[in-house]
Design a protein around this ligand. Structure first.
Ligand SMILES: Nc1nc2c(ncn2[C@@H]2O[C@H](COP(=O)(O)OP(=O)(O)OP(=O)(O)O)[C@@H](O)[C@H]2O)c(=O)[nH]1
Ligand SMILES: [Mg+2]
Length: 247
């Protein structure tokens, strides 16, 4: 049993996979965390899988889950939640856009009693480096919609977050698209949340998978959470709304 599982979803990340695994593992040893690294891959046709298998020979804490059906980022992270061998999960991108150095801080905040810890690009101290204008606009649009649901959260669609297993264990997550965090916020069982600023760095290597379909899927997801919240008066969405608007 591990203290923490770092879940890394991957699709065609042969140019980044070794570096991210080594960096996360280094952070584990430097901060004396007995952590698991769980790669959740959607059967990448490139060399991601053989490279992970090679690293597995020397790293006992490295595990690989290869998915063959229901391709998708959110679905992969949700599968990671099911297969993780610990009670605390941290989700991080493979392309080094998220700094692994923050892992011990996220972990400490969960141990301090927070149910969810979010790496935020949109709070003071956070930011985004070298993003094309189109990406900025799409991200701001998605964040704006997410903030209508969660006005107390500055970055409700971040891909870099920690979550306690108890938050999602009984949640009826319907993972689709790119924004698993919004699903966790909308349907999970949580009370205390903390955001930590970080600077998102655009991928240097490998290709982006953002498509128009992603935007449509996101709009559907927001609508689904609205419907879920209407039919679940005890949900976190209502509680957060009451905090802000006193409704
Ligand atoms: N398992 C799985 N992982 C995925 C999928 N799509 C993306 N990923 C991984 O999820 C993480 C985030 O994906 P990115 O493509 O970097 O998304 P992004 O940061 O919004 O866009 P770019 O960095 O510009 O490509 C990376 O680790 C990807 O390898 C998928 O369909 N399945
Ligand atoms: Mg990326």
């Amino acid at each position: 049993m591990y203290e923490l599982t770092v879940i890394i979803p991957t699709f065609n990340e042969e140019s980044n996979i070794e570096r991210i695994i080594n960096e996360v593992d280094l952070v584990f040893s430097q901060s004396k965390i007995n952590g698991e690294i769980l790669i959740v891959d959607d059967n990448s046709p490139d060399r991601t899988i053989p490279l992970v298998n090679l690293l597995k020979i020397t790293k006992a804490n490295l595990n690989l889950l290869v998915r063959k059906t229901d391709h998708g980022l959110s679905q992969s992270v949700a599968d990671g939640f099911i297969h993780a061998s610990s009670e605390i999960f941290i989700v991080i991108d493979a392309d080094l856009s998220h700094p692994p150095a923050l892992i011990p801080i996220f972990y400490a905040e969960v141990n301090n009693g927070h149910d969810i810890v979010i790496g935020s690009r949109y709070m003071k101290g956070g930011g985004i480096k070298e993003w094309p204008f189109k990406r900025r606009v799409i991200s701001l649009g998605a964040t704006f919609l997410g903030r209508i649901l969660f006005p107390t959260v500055s970055d409700p669609v971040s891909g870099f977050f920690a979550v306690r297993k108890t938050v999602i264990i009984e949640a009826s997550l319907k993972p689709k698209g790119y924004k698993i965090l919004l699903e966790v916020l909308g349907k999970g069982n949580w009370e205390k949340i903390k955001e930590i600023p970080f600077e998102f760095v655009d991928r240097e290597i490998g290709s982006s998978k953002l498509k128009f379909k992603t935007i449509i899927e996101y709009a559907r997801q927001v609508l689904d959470i609205v419907l879920f919240s209407i039919s679940h008066p005890q949900s976190a969405t209502w509680r957060e709304w009451k905090k802000v608007f006193g409704v």
